[in-house]
Design a protein around this ligand. Sequence first.
Ligand SMILES: CC(C)(COP(=O)(O)OP(=O)(O)OC[C@H]1O[C@@H](n2cnc3c(N)ncnc32)[C@H](O)[C@@H]1OP(=O)(O)O)[C@@H](O)C(=O)NCCC(=O)NCCS
Length: 157
Amino acid sequence: MTARKNIETLRTADIEIVAKIHATCFFDAWGPKMIQQVLDMPGTFGLVARRENYSSIIGFALARVAADECELLSLGVESEYRANGTGTQLLHASMARAIAERARWFFLEVAEDNDAALRLYRAHGLTKVGIRPNYYENSDGSKTSALTMRCELPAFK
Ligand SMILES: CC(C)(COP(=O)(O)OP(=O)(O)OC[C@H]1O[C@@H](n2cnc3c(N)ncnc32)[C@H](O)[C@@H]1OP(=O)(O)O)[C@@H](O)C(=O)NCCC(=O)NCCS
């Protein structure tokens, strides 16, 4: 669905809706309390994508800077708004924020069969640096391996 969106800092009032979107994105859903705990960790920041002219939030990113590294902890876009550039905007904004907070390296974990996310991450220079076998549990009890991906942020190259 086409919609212009603004990327903003995640506020306390946004946590409930972010938890709802998280639950539609991941089997291992993070509830509001968990998201608050993540945001309370030192160095963590959250971003939301908000539809322009509407108040609705359609995506989020959570990331944490520690020393010269930034880890993307979670990224999700509501299913009906996917494939419309929102994930790209959130990733871009997360990288920009990481650079502003003096991170040099950006990394994340992603399921090895998550084609949309892999395409997004590769397009932003992230490459596979490791694998965690059977890292994620799926709703049917099966397991999926995670790839660790990493890149040097553009400001440092
Ligand atoms: C991954 C995710 C955040 C991407 O968000 P999005 O808003 O669809 O991203 P964009 O519209 O910016 O598209 C990014 C790329 O993914 C591609 N893409 C989007 N949906 C896709 C799909 N279903 N299959 C394959 N590629 C897809 C787009 O084509 C685009 O690539 P391109 O620029 O080369 O065309 C979204 O699919 C999502 O929330 N998935 C569920 C949660 C998740 O997997 N998060 C990542 C965990 S590490």
